[in-house]
Design a protein around this ligand. Structure first.
Ligand code: XUL
Ligand code: CO
Length: 438
């Protein structure tokens, strides 16, 4: 059954088009910096926000009542959702999807039954993947929604919950492998704590690492070659999430000798919750060689929680694409819209309009970022700014040829030479010029 018969395929019409159901900047086959826009951006749809979200908030229930959710039978609803999702992705020209186990199929009272229902839906998804050529970017397990995860999952004080978490993740990795997923994501939904009055953080962190090592071992055993990703987030749902930000996750991975097996999935709104910019988190991942994938969305500057809005800020997408291009672009990763429509945008058309807004903003960001890099204006400025490290004492520092003794001798003779301006305002207006003119 078709669920979006009122909407045709969304195609590129160019910036002059007034048709809201068209791309103004995303031209999938257009070559930019040696690659098609489609291959640069690797857009992905989030199953949860796009197909299971009902618009509920702490003050009110569902406002979004989807036609594919009409059946009384929950397994039937899950199956219809698959058809709706693939119709939507085809029409949107989205090549990938991401999922949690719990988004795909309803949970049953025991794991065996839950897994059986999941397998039935996975078989339908496989057929649709074959029919459309759409692929799986990543899978993950929802180890946060159910009651049993009240004290955490791998970091729960209850060892049987640790075991259940492992069992759930084992199955989710198997399903991701079955669907040819290019990555598997660990977002520590309730891996954190509320109060130190009842928490043994040392044991919880050791256990978290134990679970990840088990996942690495299991992936090797079954031949799952997808990339493991960790998605940092500083707070929400717990007050102190262990995977606070990129640098915190990196030091955790290094302490527990997990770094070779993991990269990062950077989410824009998680970066801002951590008090960083999206660009900062991407930069930290890039310079440490762990840039993996992106959850594309945005928060609200006035709201301090995870609003998961569709990204429409051209500065953010330009600077994000600037980092991504410098990282060499995506390999296994992509731009997954971990974003949902507002609860007042409850019509099916809003899904198309929201994705068009997000995809076009990233497409335009890619165009600007590619020009910025091609012209090298920012990189040339940085090169000049650090040029004192390319000769004389600076070169000796970088090459490890001097210590405190030699540096003291140098300082006694030369003092510190005068500093020059960082020219921030000039660079900001230069960036504007590229945004306005690209
Ligand atoms: C939650 C979040 C998750 C992860 C996957 O803030 O971003 O949806 O992306 O579990
Ligand atoms: Co996310």
């Amino acid at each position: 059954m078709a669920y979006f018969h009122q909407t045709g395929k969304i195609v590129y019409e160019g910036a002059a088009s007034k048709n809201p159901y068209s791309f103004k900047y995303y031209n999938p086959t257009e070559q930019i910096a040696g690659k098609s826009m489609k291959d640069h951006l690797r857009f992905s749809m989030s199953w949860w926000h796009t197909f299971t979200y009902g618009g509920g908030d702490p003050f009110g229930g569902a406002t979004i009542h989807r036609p594919w959710d009409r059946s009384e039978n929950d397994a039937e609803r899950a199956r219809e959702r698959v058809f709706a999702a693939f119709e939507f992705m085809e029409k949107m020209q989205i090549g990938y999807f991401c999922f949690h186990d719990a988004d795909l199929a309803p949970r049953r009272s025991n794991l065996l039954e839950t897994n059986r229902v999941l397998d039935e839906i996975v078989a339908v998804i496989k057929q649709e993947m074959k029919r459309t050529g759409i692929q799986c970017l990543w899978g993950t397990s929802n180890c946060f929604g159910d009651d049993k995860f009240v004290h955490g999952a791998a970091t729960s004080c209850n060892a049987s919950v640790f075991a259940y978490t492992a069992a759930q993740i084992k199955k989710a990795i198997e399903v991701t492998q079955e669907l040819g997923g290019e990555n598997y994501v660990f977002w520590g939904g309730r891996e954190g704590y509320e109060t130190l009055l009842n928490t043994n953080t040392a044991l919880e962190l050791d256990n978290f690492a134990r679970l990840l090592h088990m996942a690495v071992d299991y992936a090797k055993k079954i031949g799952f070659t997808g990339q493991f990703l960790i998605e940092p987030k500083p707070k929400e749902p717990t007050k102190h999430q262990y995977d606070f930000d990129a640098q915190t996750v990196l030091s955790f991975l290094r302490k527990y000798e997990l770094e070779p097996y993991f990269k990062l999935n950077i989410e824009a709104n998680h970066a801002t919750l951590a008090g960083h910019t999206f660009q900062h988190e991407l930069n930290m991942a890039r310079i440490n060689g762990v840039f993996g994938s992106v959850d594309a969305n945005t928060g609200d500057p006035q709201l301090g929680w995870d609003t998961d809005q569709f990204p429409t800020g051209i500065y953010d997408t330009t600077l994000a694409m600037y980092e991504i291009l410098q990282a060499g672009g995506f390999t296994t990763g992509g731009l997954n819209f971990d974003a949902k429509v507002r609860r007042a945008s409850f019509e099916e058309d809003d899904l198309f309009l929201a994705y068009i807004a997000g995809m076009d903003t990233f497409a335009r960001g890619l165009r600007v970022a590619a020009r910025l890099l091609e012209d090298g204006v920012l990189e040339a400025f940085k090169e000049k700014r650090y040029e004192s490290y390319t000769e004389g004492i600076g070169k000796d520092i970088v090459n490890g040829r001097v210590g405190f003794h030699e540096l003291e001798a140098y300082a006694l003779i030369h003092g510190a030479t005068p500093n020059v301006s960082g020219r921030q305002e000039y660079l900001e207006s230069l960036l504007n010029q590229y945004i306005f003119e690209s």
